[in-house]
Design a protein around this ligand. Structure first.
Ligand code: SF4
Length: 620
């Protein structure tokens, strides 16, 4: 490749403290592009399907894409992946911040982390190579302290740090890896995978540049995208990041409230973007090289949490910690949000498992705690977050997620454990946003909203784009089912190659993510000739490979479903009043569109031939 890639990956064996470097074969690049594509291929090749997440034989991979660290809009992203403890299947996440870009500038496309170190260590990666350094003095430190100490002891404030907090050290199944303090990746417990390797952090600074095959053409394609993106998204994001959507979810009856017993929150005004912007927000921030700042900095000026200053508020902050747990005091929500980041906990799964405990408490099904878990008790939520991170009290059970807790606490609690394939659902309620329900059911890593991330049910897509992804504009009808199976399958594939390129879904979730737009950008960067159809096929290959990996790890078509609550208990609020999520027809269309067999869940032979893999997931 004459651009886009460093053509060098590092394989770090933490067991022997050795590092070796490998190059990338052109054919491998054409088939898997980068990021998430590389990760699924390597996991299939390196980790047998009987290896469990916390076994040293699991591998944890950081992989950039060919656009990472270039001037392409929002191209800050890197993918992170491994077998996840909460689900037992692969989890890959996309993360911004600056670490991916610095890794590329240090001359590496990816780092593969194998084995388990005897003692806690961290990696220092620069243009001079990789050092494995002792992290004994960092064990027990939170995310912020860890980053600060690593930067200071290496006398380099430019270091970007990916770290685990106490939650990853105690191997909480709902721990994540935190990048640059407040960006996170690794739902399903990749923080625990890193902790199981005794790897506290990866610190990176690189100062090289990423070669571009045709700089002029690349600049033209990037500018073209940038102009379109400014019109579509930028202004909205500048004002209210992703949390601006909260009021809309509430009106639709799509805001999961009190563990989805309601779908709208009576205190919406107190957790709204307007309230936050007026009283707490002090500015917006962006990942490196992104001109669409979408996360915000805040401060709390008075009350119990006065002087809190932190950042990275997003929609999950108020959906999950607010409505889902019944909390309306914004200062307490912000404190809890900061604690999640500080301890390295998942900002979706942690509030989800706490709200599950709250509902069990409400129903008299939970007696093993002295805490008052009444809805809206913010101080109990803050206490539980700490207990989860440090594996104490009730927290030591909650740290394993809702599926585990429901299995332990008894059959009566099962209906309130809202998860798919072991991963907690997001607080956008599928009764008010049905295509997200389908996306939770089919996502390859459990109930993830970012695999499909459709926005056509609330006016985020024009007619041409809707026709392109589903063949019909009927998908805009919020409670209709026609076309949504096709749309979700298309979007999943589109994001499979998007997550491999290194761009951000906040820009590429509609037409700017189409292969017709991204293939010329990739070609100009890397000097390859991939058509839009071929790029789409790469996305399909990645999605199907993840599918086969899941089937090999025990997932069956029966797991492509939603918690019963969403399917049988009608919503009472908003546009969704009287509705359940009508999953089955969407799911049938999805299977048809994917050419997946309803009986065993595998892609048909014809589909496998089209995408060039076999039933075992090997390349043909
Ligand atoms: S849109 Fe937001 S999350 Fe995406 S790269 Fe830009 S700042 Fe980061």
């Amino acid at each position: 490749m004459s651009g886009g890639y460093c053509n060098r990956i590092a394989v770090v064996d933490l067991g022997t403290h050795s590092v070796r470097y490998e190059t990338l074969e052109p054919e491998f690049i054409q088939r898997y592009i980068g990021g998430r594509g590389f990760i699924v291929r390597w996991l299939m090749d390196m980790v047998p399907s009987n290896v469990e997440a916390l076994d040293p034989k699991n591998v944890l991979i950081f992989a950039t894409g060919p656009l990472t660290a270039t001037i392409a809009p929002t191209a800050s992203r890197m993918a992170v992946g491994a077998v996840a403890p909460e689900t037992g299947i692969y989890s890959t996440g996309s993360v911004g911040g600056s670490l991916g870009a610095k890794l590329k500038r240090a001359g590496l496309d990816a780092v593969i982390l194998k084995g388990r170190s005897q003692e806690p260590v961290y990696l220092l990666i620069t243009n001079d190579g990789i050092q494995i350094k002792s992290a004994k003095h960092l064990w027990g430190k939170d995310i912020y302290q860890t980053e600060e100490k690593i930067r200071r002891e290496n006398r380099d404030m430019r270091l970007s740090v990916a770290a685990i907090g106490p939650a990853g050290e105690t191997r909480a199944y709902i721990s994540t890896i935190m990048f640059d303090r407040v960006r996170s990746a690794g739902r399903g417990g990749l923080g625990a995978v890193m902790g199981s390797k005794n790897l506290k952090a990866v610190a990176v600074y690189g100062k090289g540049s990423v070669p571009i095959h045709d700089p002029q053409d690349f600049w033209r394609c990037s500018q073209d995208m940038q102009k379109k993106a400014v019109k579509q998204f930028f202004i909205k994001r500048w004002r209210s990041g992703t949390y601006g959507a909260l009021t809309r979810y509430n009106e639709a009856g799509a805001l999961t409230t009190r563990n989805a017993q309601q779908t709208a929150f009576e205190y919406i005004d107190q957790i709204s973007a307007e309230h936050y912007n007026e009283h707490f927000k002090i500015g917006m921030r962006a990942c490196v090289g992104c001109s669409m700042p979408c996360w915000s900095i805040y401060t709390v000026r008075s009350g119990d949490h006065a002087d809190l200053y932190s950042d990275s508020v997003n929609a999950s902050t108020f959906k999950e910690l607010g409505a889902r747990c019944g909390i309306h005091e914004m200062d307490a929500i912000l404190q809890a949000h900061d604690d999640l980041n500080r301890y390295g906990l998942d900002t979706i799964s942690t509030p989800a498992v706490i709200s599950f405990a709250m509902e069990c408490y409400q129903r008299g099904l939970l007696s093993s705690t002295d805490l008052d878990l009444s809805w809206g008790n913010a101080s109990a939520v803050i206490t539980l977050i700490k207990q989860i991170a440090f594996n104490e009290g009730l927290g030591s059970q909650l740290a394993r997620g809702v599926r585990y807790c429901a299995q332990e606490w008894g059959e009566d609690t099962l209906p309130y454990a809202l998860h798919v394939k072991g991963m907690e659902t997001v607080a956008t309620d599928p009764r008010g946003q049905p295509s997200w329900g389908l996306g939770y059911a089919t996502s390859s890593r459990g109930a993830c909203h970012m695999r499909a991330y459709g926005n056509f049910e609330y006016g985020g897509m024009d007619e041409d784009a809707m026709l392109r992804i589903s063949g019909t504009t009927a998908i805009a009808e919020r409670f209709g089912v026609e076309g949504k199976g096709r749309a979700v399958a298309f979007l999943e594939d589109m994001h499979s190659f998007g997550d491999s390129l290194g761009t951000c879904k906040f820009m590429t979730r509609a037409e700017l993510g189409f292969p017709e737009v991204l293939a010329p950008l990739l070609n100009a960067a890397a000097g390859i000739q991939i058509s839009a159809d071929e790029l789409y096929t790469v996305g399909e290959r990645i999605s199907n490979l993840e599918r086969i990996a899941n089937l090999q790890r025990g997932i069956t078509p029966k797991d492509d479903t939603l918690p019963e609550r969403y399917l049988v208990e009608a919503s009472h609020e908003g546009l969704a009043a009287g509705k359940v999520c009508d999953l089955q027809p969407m799911l049938e269309e999805y299977y048809q569109s994917r050419c997946w067999n309803c009986e065993d869940g595998y892609p048909t032979e014809q589909k496998l031939t089209e995408i060039g893999i076999d039933r075992l997931g090997k390349d043909r």
